[in-house]
Design a protein around this ligand. Structure first.
Ligand SMILES: [Zn+2]
Length: 400
């Protein structure tokens, strides 16, 4: 790996940033990197993330000042954020909720919500003088990090598996990332850990087992989704937000964002923030299993796959008073088609948010008075599709 020389590009850190606080034991720490999460909880065998802690928030919120709420108000940008909040009236009527809107994170530069995290991560890497950023990823996170690293002149290494979809692989390589493959998801974390220890790579994602959330400077960026939803819906703050999730970076960021709006005195309403998972993980933990356990399961919802749960998942559900539901891949495929036939072609994992909505309606947690927002995390063009039937050949039919 050649090391590129990066001229210092210090970010404008939020002046209200006090330090970092453990989301589990609430111990305070100075502003620094905590790659394995809270040192105290780690040493006790209960890994948990730390999060930026602010002593004040801006007095107002609008689409223009959201960077002032984040850990950095300046960071390398490709035009991410301010994504559309789309009203889906026909879909609301057919599903049976009062209103249904979709926060369309697919309109971010690399087509997924991960573009909320990458600019802040890359800025932090620049601040600490790192030459190379690294992520364990086989999809959206790796592509996004590769793009933002390229924009900032940093090297990027993506540790993936041999089964990485060629669409994502091509995108990451086009951005100049170096890809290394391991045989299993878990081996990716060992490879990242070695790179961090031996080569001073700056990590974007978890590399410990049991897992913690991704880099806190990056996760902070997901709060922006809550701020945008709130700024765009002051007359009709959603009652329920449904988030497809794996290790809950996005889920936690949205929950913390809404909590911060309440703390800032700008909102007196906290939406319920629910999570959709592809096989029982968090649902098992909520039923009594240890969150540090392994929860294996196979599904075609690869972007929210994985066998681990993080403490931040539990914390997010606690903040957002949400429910965890399991979406099977067949229902998600039906809902992928339904969303596409309402104009939005989303990745299968992303379409599971609609499946989650239907399940929550069936459970009576949502009802005809609910104002729901689904988070569309990633578009469908990235996936290899399995077509049901070949496209029919029309021959000269239209040339007569
Ligand atoms: Zn702790």
């Amino acid at each position: 790996m050649t090391t590129v020389h990066v001229s210092p590009q210090k970010g404008q850190q939020n002046p209200a940033l006090l330090g970092m606080k453990c989301i589990r034991c609430e111990e305070d720490f100075p502003i620094a990197d905590y790659f394995v999460g809270c040192p105290s909880c780690h040493s006790k065998g209960y890994p948990a993330s730390v999060a930026p802690q602010y002593n004040a928030f801006p007095r107002s919120i609008s689409s223009r000042n959201i960077p002032d709420w984040l850990v950095y108000s300046t960071a390398p940008s490709l035009g991410e954020g301010n994504t559309p909040l789309i009203s889906m009236k026909r879909l609301a009527d057919s599903t049976g909720v009062s209103t249904l809107r979709i926060k369309n994170e697919t309109s971010n530069p690399t087509g997924s919500h991960k573009d909320r995290m990458s600019p802040l991560l890359v800025q932090r890497a620049l601040d600490v003088g790192a030459a190379t950023v690294v992520a364990a990823s086989s999809g959206n996170a790796g592509v996004s990090l590769a793009a933002y690293a390229a924009s900032a002149g940093l090297e990027c290494v993506i540790i993936t598996t041999r089964s990485m979809d060629p669409n994502w692989r091509r995108a990451a390589e086009m951005h100049g990332a170096v890809l290394h493959a391991t045989n299993t998801d878990e081996e990716r974390w060992t490879a990242v850990a070695e790179g961090v220890r031996l080569r001073s790579w700056y990590p974007a994602t978890n590399f410990t087992t049991p897992a913690v959330g991704s880099n806190p400077f990056g996760v902070d960026g997901y709060r922006g989704i809550a701020f945008e939803i709130f700024a765009e819906s002051k007359d009709a703050v959603p009652t329920d937000i449904i988030v497809p999730s794996s290790r809950a970076d996005l889920l936690w960021g949205i929950a913390r964002g809404f909590e911060d709006l309440v703390k800032a005195g700008l909102s007196d309403q906290m939406p319920k923030i629910h999570v959709v998972e592809p096989h029982p993980r968090l649902t098992k933990v909520l039923a009594g299993s240890d969150y540090r356990g392994e929860f294996p399961g196979e599904s075609k919802l690869i972007s929210i796959g994985g066998s681990t749960v993080t403490y931040q998942s539990l914390h997010a559900l606690e903040i957002g008073a949400g429910t965890a539901v399991v979406a099977d891949e067949f229902s998600a495929l039906e809902d992928q088609k339904t969303l596409a036939r309402h104009g939005l072609y989303l990745e299968l994992s992303s379409a599971s948010a609609l499946t989650g909505l239907r399940i929550l309606l069936g459970m009576g947690i949502l009802n005809s008075d609910s104002h729901a927002v689904l988070i569309a995390t990633s578009h469908g063009y990235k996936e290899h599709a399995v077509f049901d039937s070949p496209i029919s050949i029309v021959g000269s039919k239209y040339s007569d």
